[in-house]
Design a protein around this ligand. Structure first.
Ligand SMILES: [Zn+2]
Length: 164
């Protein structure tokens, strides 16, 4: 029996403007089926992720998007003085939807901080593409699953998104 909330594992390639080779999926899918990473319906099995998942989706937004937790949200703090800078961060993202550095000016310490320096909890990523394991039974990829994904999309981080 599942919880009321849903857990998605979002695999986001390193480099916020990276668009991974999504067109390879047609060729890869049969090999993932054969390796037991997917069931006959195309859903990730427990060989790929704890408890399996309901589905797998390629996300290709038209701009940079923030991949982050939903239920309970996330916090963004200044790396120098520790104050919350969530609204400054949201504005910085709006300014850099398509290009340019994402930088946040902290009024408390009067300094500008790059996106990578910000303290975000739980971790978030900005990206232009992602592989989403929807409604997973647990939060961990298997070593086999992680290496199959890495071979396809390159180095990546996992963002956990809990949705109500
Ligand atoms: Zn500060």
């Amino acid at each position: 029996m599942r919880n009321r909330s849903r857990l998605d594992l979002i695999c986001v390639p390193e480099g916020m403007d990276t668009i991974f080779a999504h067109e390879r999926w047609t060729d890869l899918k049969p090999t993932w089926l054969e390796a037991g990473l997917l069931d006959q319906a195309g859903a990730p099995t427990p060989r790929m992720v704890d408890g399996g998942a309901a589905g797998l989706r390629i996300d290709l937004p038209t701009t940079r998007v923030v991949y982050a937790n939903q239920l309970g949200g996330f916090r963004v703090h200044c790396p120098r003085c520790g104050v919350g800078v969530a609204s400054e961060f949201a504005h910085a993202i709006e300014r850099a939807r398509n290009q340019g550095a994402i930088e946040v000016f902290c009024r408390a310490c009067q300094a500008t901080h790059p996106m990578d320096a910000l303290h975000t909890r739980p971790p978030i990523r900005v990206g232009r593409s992602a592989l989403v394991l929807q409604d997973a039974g647990g939060s961990r990829l298997s070593p086999l699953g992680a290496s199959a994904i890495r071979e396809w999309i390159g180095a990546f981080s996992v963002v956990l998104r809990r949705v109500s």
